[in-house]
Ligand binder design. Structure first.
Ligand code: ACM
Length: 268
């Protein structure tokens, strides 16, 4: 199947403009899976909880999720995209997965980064994988990559492809993703954004672009520029993610020895 991501520079607070931009970018794209950045409909740098309250949405009954469901149905594609979620009592930095069949599920970012902590609660959904017609899709959001347990959890839950909506500001992720993909034997699709937000004086954020699609053997299949708005694609053969063997003796997931990893589980 063909997968793609759209890297762009969302305008803060201009939801309809951002949705429109995504619709035109995807219009003629020949893909079955599209990954969009973290918080793609609202922009990233919130400055108050009131602002989050105003721009966040219920899932699945909110403008952005409904827009994505519509686009999925119309184009017959799967989409994974990040958005600000208004929960019952709290806000979450979330992502939804939609498909031709409609809303599929949501994930709430587990590892909340920097000042996001002022506005969003740590996610409580756990890492989730959805079995779809094009393969098993798992989701993590931006800073989650820093914790190898995130992608490992998704791989152990059967993910073939990990959609990774992002708003990266630190430089490390693009170089790290080939290792994350390799050590878990999965495809990764990191959809980052571009541009600069300075909604707080002296707290300018420059997003690093450089979105990328990586194979289960750690090969970079497609990479975007540092500052361009681009839809990039790659051919993905799901069977490559189902074969975890390196040779007749070694299997990436099967050879793990959790009884030797006590410290990871908080044991002696
Ligand atoms: C990030 O998690 N948006 C850096």
């Amino acid at each position: 199947m063909k997968a793609g991501l759209y890297q762009f520079n969302p305008a803060f607070g201009e939801k309809e403009k951002n949705l429109g931009k995504v619709a035109s970018a995807a219009k003629d794209a020949d893909i079955e899976l599209l990954v969009l950045p973290e918080l793609f409909a609202t922009g990233y740098q919130f400055t108050s909880k009131d602002e989050v309250a105003e721009l966040s949405e219920s899932i699945p009954n909110g403008r952005t999720t409904e827009f994505l469901c519509g686009m999925s149905k119309e184009k017959g594609i799967y989409i994974a995209a990040g958005l600000a979620e208004r929960g019952r009592d709290e806000f979450y930095n979330s992502a939804v997965v939609t498909g031709p069949e409609g809303f599929i599920g949501a994930y709430r970012k587990t590892h909340v980064y920097s000042e996001e902590n002022l506005y969003f609660s740590p996610g409580d959904s756990g890492f989730r994988v959805w079995d779809t017609k094009i393969g098993r899709i798992g989701v993590m959001i931006c800073f989650d990559w820093f914790f190898p347990e995130s992608l490992r959890s998704l791989a152990l839950s059967g993910a073939d492809v990990v959609a990774h909506p992002s708003n990266l500001v630190l430089p490390y992720c693009p170089a790290a993703m080939p290792t994350r993909a390799l050590e878990n034997g999965v495809f990764t699709i990191t959809a980052n954004r571009t541009g600069i937000e300075e909604r707080k004086q002296g707290a300018s954020l420059k997003f690093i672009g450089s979105s990328l699609i990586v194979s289960p053997r750690g090969k970079v299949l497609a990479k975007a520029s540092a500052d361009g708005e681009e839809l990039i694609t790659a051919d993905i053969d799901i069977s490559a993610a189902r074969d975890k063997s390196l040779n007749i003796y070694n299997d990436i997931l099967g050879d793990r020895r959790p009884d030797r990893y006590g410290a990871i589980f908080g044991k002696e």
